[in-house]
Structures are given as C-alpha cells and as structure tokens.
Design a protein around this ligand. Structure first.
Ligand code: PAF
Length: 260
C-alpha cells in the first residue's frame, strides 16, 4: 500500500487540490496535513493573520476523496524539548532564502517531522514554490528518507496570477494589478523563444512590465539554475526565472522555466 502525503498550511485552493489529485493518482491512501508552521515565519511576517478556512478545507478534501486529514497542534509537532532543526545549505542562500532568514530551516524541519509521522512513499509539492521543492528534494535525498518527491504544476487564475493562499490578502485594486507578474514571466519566455539569451535584457524586460503596475514592488527577480538555485549569467541550459513581488503587505512569488 503506497501512502501519499500532501503537506499544506490550509486555506486550500485549486493549486492544492491539483496536488491532491496527483497524489491520489500515485498512491493508494492520501494524507493531507494542514499545519500553519510557526517556525517558517520570520518576525513581522504573516503567521498571526495567515488565512484560516478550515471548515471549507475539510469539505474540499472530503469531496476530493482524501483518506486522511492530519491537523496537528503546534505542541504535537514541536513537543516540549524539541531541539532539531534541519538545515539544507547552499540551495537556501538565494531568492527567498536571502530575504526570509530561517524560513527554509522551518520548512525542512516541519517536513522532516511530517514525513516521520506519516511515513509516506511519496510527497507532493507545488512548483510555484520552486526553491522549497528543490530544498525538500535535497533533504529527502541527503537524509535517505525513502520518500519520492513529486511536483505539481503551477495552477493559475484566468488572468495568469498563480494561485496562492496569500492572494486572499490582496485588495481589489492590488488583485487587479497582480496579473503583471505572469505577464512579465510570459514576456521572458517569449523573448527566449525569439532567441534572446542575454540575462540582463530578459530581466530588464520582465521588471519593466511588472513595474508598470503602480502597486507592485519587486523584491527579487533572478535567473537561477533550477537545481542549485545559484544565479546564472548565461542562458545555455534551462534556467528558473523566479520573482517575488510585494503588493502592499502581500508578498507573492512566481516563476517560469526558460528553455533556450
Ligand atoms: O508550502 C507550504 O504550504 C508549506 O511551506 C509546507 C510545505 C506545507 C510546510 O509547512
């Protein structure tokens, strides 16, 4: 019997449900965890206000055919005396890791605990969090956790905005402008298709489109190697164009693989 795990922090949307359906296709029993993990939030981040739609989440998961929903308390995951932190080095130093100190330690630690509890054969993560996916893959391989890591595609709203629980924070004005992120990333793919290989020119064009939105503030926009997350200076092999953009207090991330 193959067990599939889909770790989530709740506030479920179509993106999560696509991970669930991927897990249901690969495993005999699927567990979804809902746990807003305090250790992956930094001071001043949105731990206290993280959207909570628990009853709706349960209904969606029941309808999707999930076999088990695991919603532990903080004490169950981090009992008194808990002293372990899993640090994946290298991969966590760029992109979000640069701006969210300790974030990936929190993510890899909680995932290691969840893997220990659920003992899954497979675990499914979304490609929107591309750096998280790479970190978990590295951790699972390095620690010999015996869990296959599967990746689900980014699911988008009709205007291209990547689905995220944090989209719920956007004001109508911010929401209307947030589609510039996808427009920017699509422009990059189009330029590469037309033969552009100069990283600065690609990034400049994307930034220009995103910054057309008066409410957008780009935190980072970088082309990196999809396996190491290190910046690339030449587009000779597929590379990950990753972006983090603030709309007011809401920080959104997105990415695209550029294939020369
Ligand atoms: O992507 C998320 O929702 C979280 O980072 C995860 C993987 C559930 C760990 O808390």
């Amino acid at each position: 019997m193959r067990i599939g795990l889909v770790p989530t922090m709740g506030a479920l949307h179509e993106g999560h449900l696509s991970l669930v359906s991927l897990a249901l296709g690969e495993a005999d029993r699927v567990v979804v965890s809902i746990f807003v993990n305090p250790s992956q939030f930094g001071p001043g981040e949105d731990l206290a206000s993280y959207p909570d739609t628990f009853d709706e989440d349960l209904m969606k998961l029941k309808e999707a055919g999930v076999h088990c929903v695991f919603f532990p308390s903080v004490d169950e995951i981090y009992p008194n005396g808990f002293s372990t932190s899993v640090n994946v080095s290298g991969l966590t130093e760029t992109l979000c890791g640069k701006y969210r100190q300790g974030h990936f330690n929190g993510v890899s630690t909680v995932c290691a605990v969840l893997f220990g509890i659920a003992q899954p054969d497979i675990a499914v993560f979304g490609r929107k969090d591309a750096q998280q996916l790479a970190v978990i893959r590295r951790m699972a391989a390095d620690l010999g956790l015996g869990v296959e890591i599967h990746a689900g595609e980014i699911i988008r709203e009709s205007d291209g905005l990547a689905m995220s629980s944090r989209n719920l924070y956007l004001s109508p004005g911010e929401r209307a402008q947030a589609s510039v992120i996808f427009r920017g990333l699509s422009k990059a793919a189009e330029l590469v298709l037309k033969g552009e290989r100069v990283v600065e020119r690609i990034c400049y064009s994307v930034r220009e489109i995103i910054e057309e939105a008066p409410l957008a503030a780009v935190q980072y926009l970088e082309l990196v190697d999809p396996n190491t997350m290190k910046p690339v200076t030449k587009l000779t092999t597929p590379a990950l164009l990753a972006v983090a953009v603030y709309f007011g207090h809401t920080r959104l991330i997105d990415n695209v693989i550029l294939k020369p």
